[in-house]
Ligand binder design. Structure first.
Ligand code: MN
Ligand code: MN
Length: 452
């Protein structure tokens, strides 16, 4: 009669499951360590899909299209007509970070620095005193793109934002947390050595030294940075956490865990009943804005193109009305040290499977997508039949906070959609933690979603 969420470690205790779980986690760690920006993630996905026969042509049953290198859609034709609806899984590949400003470079007190403007919901104090890497692109006036990736190879230098020493922090520690760490102090240290002695006395010798290295290595000048997108992100690879290696720590589980598990589930499908679509967006962390975010018409245009090619007699609105979708995004798992911000009956536990979030939003469900009970019932049946653990949770206690995802931007088409993904500890921090077992269960759950 009673319901209790199941523990994935018990459900997937067999040797076969554990081996598959380990292999998946190893692949995921490689992916997470390599892909630190939306561009890198989309590039990775595109290469993987292209190797499996996905391309821009609509003549086959496999389709792929990328937008601005920051979002991507893949589709696989199903046996049933598109008019019967699609199975769409959407996730996002952007992550909170420090973006270099368009005019970043300066020097003070014998160090060269870069100004930043943070992106997404960061807790500013987490970004001080840790090794950072620089990833991004610089586009020159002739259109050439220079890819930047410094700080990941153990031989590379790293960068950092220096923190205030405790000896002189007496005033700072009295401040409110929201005021103690200022965004304009999130400046990344880039260098220290003055440019090789020249005859005339230079005004910014250390900044010039840094520019000299950039010029030597990438053939760029300061003005090129105006058309650059450079992100300071936590340096170094993702790692297993804990003696039993049951957890994975790394930068960007939100939402690369779902990007990865969603893609793995998508590529495993053969001859599906319904046409399957995987969309990975950008800009979710800042409200799904812009031409690469979920509010854009990219997905709609691509589906229109596919419908024209595969089923011209059907109207797109019919397809949408019958479509079932999952907004694959991570959830805030119950934090052992901050259990008081959760309401236990409606909180999720690490290791207990992917989490449904029926509604998001805040303060009385404002701004929420709210999945219909009928849809939740259908999803429960699908997962229960395949014996896949799942749980249902809200993002914390009522009036404690909240959040949003891409779900509501797809719901406007009339399709059924719900947020569904693994729990994460320390979400939006430079080192987020998720459970290996939840990653595995999420993959299996997404597979079932695509299939049914
Ligand atoms: Mn997310
Ligand atoms: Mn997020």
């Amino acid at each position: 009669m009673e319901f209790e969420a199941k523990n994935c470690w018990k459900v997937y205790g067999s040797k076969k499951h554990r081996a598959a779980m380990d292999r998946l986690a190893d692949r995921y760690i490689d992916f997470l360590s390599w892909c630190k920006t939306e561009r890198q993630s989309i590039e990775w996905l595109k290469a993987q899909a292209a190797a499996r026969g996905f391309d821009q042509g609509t003549g086959k049953d496999r389709f792929l299209k990328m937008h601005k290198g920051k979002s991507i859609i893949m589709a696989r034709k199903g046996k049933r007509p598109m008019a019967r609806g699609l199975r769409i899984l959407g996730a996002h590949a952007d992550t909170p970070r420090l973006d270099l400003k368009q005019r970043p470079l300066y020097e003070e007190c014998q160090v060269s620095l870069a100004k930043t403007h943070y992106y997404g919901g960061i807790r500013k104090h987490q970004w001080f005193a840790r090794p950072l890497a620089l990833h991004g692109v610089v586009v020159k006036t002739d259109g050439t793109r220079v890819d930047i990736r410094i700080g990941e190879d153990p031989k590379d230098p790293v960068f950092t934002v220096a923190d205030l020493l405790p000896h002189l922090a007496y005033k700072q520690v009295e401040k409110k947390l929201s005021e103690a760490f200022e965004a304009e102090k999130l400046n990344v240290v880039l260098g220290h050595v003055p440019m090789a002695a020249s005859a005339k006395k230079e005004q910014n010798p250390i900044k010039l030294g840094v520019l000299g290295i950039l010029n030597q290595r990438f053939a760029i000048v300061e003005e090129d940075l105006y058309s650059a997108e450079i992100q300071a992100v936590p340096a170094g690879p993702a790692r297993y956490v804990g003696l039993d290696m049951g957890l994975i720590g790394g930068y960007g589980h939100d939402d690369r865990a779902c990007t990865f598990a969603g893609f793995e589930a998508f590529i495993r499908q053969e001859n599906p009943e319904y046409t399957q679509v995987l969309v990975i967006w950008d800009k979710e962390e800042i409200g799904s804005e812009g031409s690469s975010g979920a509010k854009s018409l990219f997905m709609e245009y691509c589906l229109e193109e596919l419908l024209d090619a595969w089923e011209p007699q059907t109207r797109l609105r019919t397809v949408f009305e019958n479509t079932r979708a999952v907004s694959a995004d991570v959830h805030a798992a119950m934090d052992p040290d901050y259990q008081d911000v959760h309401e236990k009956l409606n909180a999720s536990l690490l290791g207990h499977g992917p989490v449904f979030c029926k509604f998001t939003g805040h303060r009385g469900k404002v701004g929420a997508n709210d999945a219909h009970a009928e849809y939740v019932g259908w999803l429960r049946a699908v997962l229960n039949k395949a014996k896949i653990p799942w749980q249902m949770a809200e993002t914390g206690k009522v009036d404690m906070g909240g959040g949003g995802t891409v779900a509501k931007f797809l719901a406007v088409y009339g399709m059924d959609i719900i947020d569904f993904g693994p729990g994460v500890l320390g979400m939006h921090s430079p080192f987020e933690i998720c459970s290996k077992a939840d990653l595995y269960a999420s993959l299996l759950a997404y597979e079932q979603f695509f299939k049914n």
